[in-house]
Design a protein around this ligand. Structure first.
Ligand code: A3P
Length: 346
């Protein structure tokens, strides 16, 4: 009798155990297969109409990002591109400048958004005559593969200051969104100088001090022929752009705030691009060793910008700094007036 009860109990335990293991295996298999299947599903069914990007499931696009990463390594066959609905689209937004404003940081940070894909390299299509002569299809082929509803963004800071660029971009797409990231003009000029100085030093060449470049030795006035100074006269360049595009098509990003507190700036850009707010505190963490915010894509993948971003600037004679700030002041006022964005620049 006792033996019979024990056998019955063992049988019950066996059935319960099998059920539990079975359910577990089913769950694991289901989660796995969902992940694997996601990119093959018709994209429209998951993304919703283009003007309602709120419906983009973050996890799906993160998974897709992984797929795109694989494809970008050069292993994509035509069949894979067709199967996954991948396209190479012209940019719907361009970071046109300003050099040393934080253009790389802005592009990389926007790329955290699941609906954004970045062109990794500066393409220099519109500012380089040789490239421009290659035609729009050449430009399109330089763009990354993306899913149809994603926004492709490229950055080439030379666009902002190059004469021919506004007209050329207008001819490509007159309703494109244009991003300009600016920093306090004197700091930007010093950053610009520091980059050139580092290049010279790498080639064991000597270079003038910043003060000598920025101030005209004969007149003791600001040297407006010096490119680093001219680039910081933001309003002059912007006025050329405004001959082609209305001011509403530009969004000004505060490059100084992007360094110290990037999230609010990125949220403003998300809104400008009509994207749902997806970049969060989780995606940005302060790295004390680097002294900058770094990027977290997910639990395994994070990165800081290259060491060439965030150089130590040389000390500049305070009287030269003061002279430059005074020089930029009226241009800054005009810039605030035109753009409707005011900064606390001295
Ligand atoms: P400095 O090197 O003068 O500090 P760009 O990409 O347009 O060349 O701009 C470079 C600037 O981006 C750097 O200038 C740096 O201050 C700024 N920057 C903003 N956010 C950054 C970040 N998270 N990491 C590194 N540099 C960042």
């Amino acid at each position: 009798m006792l033996f019979k009860q024990q056998a019955l109990l063992r049988q019950k335990l066996f059935v319960l155990g099998s059920l539990a293991i079975g359910s577990l295996l089913y769950l694991v298999a289901r989660v796995g297969s969902l992940d694997r299947l996601q990119p093959i599903c018709p994209i429209e069914s998951r993304l919703g109409p283009p003007h309602l990007p709120e419906q983009i499931p973050l996890r799906t696009l993160q998974y897709k990002r992984g797929l795109l990463h694989e494809l970008r390594k050069g292993n994509a066959t035509k069949e894979q591109i067709r199967l996954h609905n991948l396209v190479q689209l012209l940019p719907r937004a361009i970071i046109i400048g300003v050099r040393k404003g934080g253009t790389r940081a802005l592009l990389e940070m926007l790329n955290l958004h699941p609906a954004v894909v970045k062109a990794s390299q500066e393409i220099h299509f519109f500012d380089n005559d040789q490239n421009y002569a290659r035609g729009i299809d050449w430009y399109r082929e330089k763009m990354p593969f993306s899913f149809p509803h994603q926004i492709t963004i490229e950055k080439s800071p030379a666009y902002f200051i190059t004469e021919e660029v506004p007209e050329r971009i207008f001819k490509m797409n007159s309703s494109i969104k244009l991003l300009i990231i600016v920093r306090e003009p004197t700091t930007r000029a010093v950053s610009d100088y520091t980059q050139v100085l580092e290049g010279k030093e790498r080639k064991n060449k000597t270079y003038h001090k910043f003060e000598k470049m920025a101030i005209d030795g004969n007149t003791c006035e600001v040297n407006t022929k010096y490119k680093a100074v001219r680039t910081s006269i933001y309003t002059k360049h912007l006025e050329r752009w405004l001959k082609y595009f209305p001011v509403e098509q530009f969004h000004i990003v505060d490059g100084d705030r992007l360094i110290t507190d990037p999230l609010p700036e990125l949220q403003l850009v998300e809104r400008f691009l009509n994207l749902p707010s997806r970049i969060s505190h989780y995606n940005l963490y302060f790295n004390a060793t680097r002294g900058f915010y770094c990027l977290r894509f997910n639990i395994v993948f994070n990165k800081c910008l290259a060491g060439s971003k965030g150089r130590i600037h040389p000390e500049v004679d305070p009287s030269v700094v003061a002279k430059l700030r005074k020089f930029f002041h009226p241009f800054n006022q005009k810039f605030y007036q035109i753009t409707g964005r005011t900064f606390n620049w001295p």
